[in-house]
Structures are given as structure tokens and as C-alpha cells.
Ligand binder design. Structure first.
Ligand SMILES: [Zn+2]
Length: 413
């Protein structure tokens, strides 16, 4: 067997140069990256990835969601491959590292493994999932959701962007621009999936630790609450007789805020609030507001779900209330065997690492349900992401790629 630490062959300069090169696709004046899912810009970035892959004899594949795969063949092509990667679409003012780091670290890791000389037993595939961000086609993660069977192709294709373009048509446009990239079916068996990503939070930087071993992903529940009262004249309607939807909504939100203060790592956001008719001298007849609730432990989120349902009933007064849960993603814990591999890979390279959980969602959420999955975080400056100021240090990027290289080598050898 050749050497057993492809980490030694990671080229930090090449990896950094590729980050800067990929960031030119959709580069904005302010340093941000604007690379919408399935846009021409993303297609060009995709072609660049394919070109880098072909330089080192990786075979590109795609599927009916335009997920992109670059395959290093294994000694036994019939075995399920090891997958590593993330996404290359961005928010309208996205950074250079969110998503891109996962894909480019995987490319660098596979290039290092190939450079060792021997072939792994299993194939290794780099993946760039389509539409992780969801800023063009909502909801996000449609590529990994279709791949894992969580969502049907028809449902994903029916999503429209602001211009009215169907996601299905945008996918077909991207596929038509591909040159010699074979189309495969989705949902083939995967041996394991590893996703490197910037932390998008401040903990690793604060601790001075370059590698985060992600223990799991925080759960979310999202709701829409519609409070219905009755419009009335601000001067003539007596307070006792009003059915004021705004006053009821405000009581609800204040009570939900108090009820979710503990445990103090609970995240509650009411980011949308619409008043009807929204006129200064009319008692509001209707209020629509959103609730976004997150906590790493399912029991906490589930208990708060019950509390929120009680509160909206208790505070509605003479109004009626309709609470609709529009999304529920349970918290999940990544399997111990993958986390142990990451721990060992970091220790083997003498790179400090610590456990951390993911406060944001990632494609790993979908893959977790179909194969052993894990994530590797690296610090980002000030925890800032989805912002032109998003930044990761070259040394941390390289450390992440080294750990990834040894993890996927262990999984594939
Ligand atoms: Zn991301």
C-alpha cells in the first residue's frame, strides 16, 4: 500500500488559489459573491470545477437536479462510493467560502489521494449539490432532497424564482450547457458522506481551534400564525367591544418570547409581521406573523411547540387564531464512528480539534438519513457569513482539507 496519510500531499497554495479563482464567478465590487443556483454564473463555476477535475482524471457526472459529481474510480467500481463536498451556489451577498470550501477541500483531498499512487478500494466522489441556499428557488437544499428521495423531482421542478422561472427549466438550461457530462440516476447507495464547511458562527475562532468535529445539526420548527379580528373605527369603537388582531398578536409574541428565554441557547425569531389593513385609524382586522424556533435538543423544541400552541389560544382574546407549522426539521446527531474518524484524522496530523454542533442547516441533514454522515467545520472570522466580509484563514482551510483527506482515505481504502 502507498502512504496512509494523503494529508501530507495537500497543497495549501493550490487550494487557496482555487478559492480565489472560484470566487471570481459572480464576484461583486464589495468582495461578495452573487452566484444564484442554476444561473449562468453558477454554470461557469461548475465548468471550472469539471475542468479542474478532468486535469486529474476525475470523471464528471450529473443528475436530473444538476447535482455535480467528480469521481475518482476505486479498485471495485461496484462498491458504493464515499462522497464529500457541499455546494457552490450563494446568497445574493454571499461569501467566498460558504459551500465553496466544502467542494474545493474535497477536490484537494481527492487530488492528494490520487497523487499517492495507489487506488482506494471504493470510488470517491466530490459533490456540489444544487440550490443549497434556497435564495433563488425556495426552499433550499432541493438538490440533496431529491437525491435522497425526501422530495420528488416534480415538486422541486415546480418551484419558481422571483422572475417566474421554473426550477425545472433552470435545471434543463444548466444541463444543456454541460459538455460531455453523463447523466445518472439519483439515489444510488452511498458508503458515507463528509461535508466540510465554514462554521458560520464564532466558537472555533474564540477557542483558537482550527477544526470542529460537528456533533449534529440543530432542529428547527417554523410557523405562520394568522390572527383574525374585525376592522373598526379608531374613534368610535369601544375598547371592550373591539376584536383587535394586532393587540392579540402582540400579547402572543410577548408571551412566546418570555416562554422561550430558557434554556438560553434557544433561538426565537419573529421576522415577518403583516398588519391588515395597516391604516393608522383602523382597528387591525388581521395579523400574520412568523415564528422560527431552534434548539439543538428535540425535547426542548417539542416542549416549546406545545407551549406556543397553548399561548396563542390563551392570548387570542376575542379574536380567532390559526397556527400552521410550515417546516419541522428535527435535531440530529451524526454517528459516532464518523466523528471518531475525524477525531483520529485531526490527532494524526497534530491539528487541534473540538466538538461543535451546527446551528445552521446543511445538505448533510438530508444525507444523514441515507448513509453515515459527518461534518468538519473550520473557523470563519467573527462568525460572519452570507456577507462580503466572510473570511477564512488559508491555514484553517488547509487544515480542514488535510483532515478531510485522511477521513475519506480511511473510509475508501
Ligand atoms: Zn453553505
Amino acid at each position: 500500500m502507498p502512504v496512509t496519510s494523503p494529508a501530507k500531499l495537500i497543497d495549501a497554495d493550490r487550494l487557496w488559489a482555487r478559492h480565489m479563482a472560484l470566487a471570481r464567478f459572480g464576484a461583486r465590487e464589495d468582495g461578495a459573491v452573487d452566484r444564484p443556483a442554476l444561473s449562468v454564473t453558477e454554470s461557469e463555476a461548475r465548468a471550472q470545477l469539471v475542468a479542474w477535475g478532468r486535469e486529474v482524471s476525475l470523471s464528471p457526472f450529473t443528475d436530473r437536479m444538476a447535482n455535480l459529481f467528480l469521481r475518482l474510480e476505486g479498485r471495485d467500481p461496484s462498491l458504493p462510493p464515499v462522497l464529500a463536498g457541499s455546494h457552490i451556489d450563494s446568497q445574493p451577498t454571499g461569501g467566498k467560502f460558504d459551500g465553496a470550501f466544502g467542494v474545493l477541500a474535497a477536490l484537494e483531498a481527492v487530488q492528494a489521494i490520487a497523487a499517492q499512487g495507489g487506488r482506494p478500494l471504493r470510488a470517491i466522489e466530490i459533490v456540489a449539490w444544487t440550490n443549497e441556499e434556497g435564495s433563488r428557488f425556495a426552499p433550499g437544499m432541493s438538490g440533496s432532497e431529491v437525491f435522497t428521495g425526501k422530495k420528488s423531482l416534480d415538486e422541486a421542478y415546480a418551484s419558481r424564482d422571483q422572475a417566474g422561472i421554473l426550477q425545472g427549466d433552470a435545471v434543463r438550461d444548466v444541463l444543456s450547457r454541460d459538455v460531455d457530462i453523463p447523466l445518472r440516476d439519483s439515489g444510488f447507495p452511498i458508503h458515507a458522506y463528509i461535508e466540510p464547511h465554514i462554521e458560520q458562527g464564532p466558537l472555533l475562532e474564540a477557542a483558537g481551534v482550527p477544526i470542529g468535529i460537528v456533533t449534529g445539526i440543530q432542529g428547527t420548527r417554523r410557523y405562520r400564525v394568522k390572527v383574525t379580528g374585525e376592522a373598526a373605527h379608531a374613534g368610535t369603537a369601544f375598547r371592550a367591544e373591539r376584536r383587535d388582531a394586532l393587540m392579540a398578536a402582540v400579547r402572543m409574541i410577548a408571551a412566546i418570547d418570555r416562554a422561550t428565554l430558557k434554556p438560553d441557547d434557544t433561538k426565537l425569531t419573529v421576522g415577518l409581521f403583516q398588519v391588515t389593513p395597516n391604516a393608522p385609524s383602523v382597528v387591525p382586522s388581521e395579523v400574520l406573523f412568523s415564528i422560527d424556533l431552534r434548539h439543538p435538543e428535540n425535547e426542548v423544541v417539542d416542549a416549546m411547540d406545545l407551549r406556543i400552541r397553548e399561548i396563542v389560544e390563551a392570548e387570542r382574546g376575542p379574536c380567532t387564531v390559526e397556527l400552521k407549522q410550515i417546516a419541522h426539521a428535527p435535531s440530529l446527531t451524526f454517528p459516532g464512528e464518523i466523528r471518531s474518524l475525524i477525531v483520529a484524522a485531526a490527532a494524526g496530523e497534530g491539528i487541534p480539534a473540538m466538538d461543535i454542533y451546527s446551528a445552521a442547516g446543511h445538505d448533510s441533514r438530508q444525507l444523514h438519513y441515507v448513509c453515515p454522515t459527518g461534518m468538519i467545520f473550520v473557523p470563519c472570522r467573527g462568525g460572519i457569513s452570507h456577507n462580503p466580509a466572510e473570511w477564512a484563514e488559508p491555514a484553517h482551510i488547509a487544515a480542514g482539507a488535510k483532515v478531510l483527506a485522511n477521513v475519506i482515505w480511511q473510509l475508501a481504502r
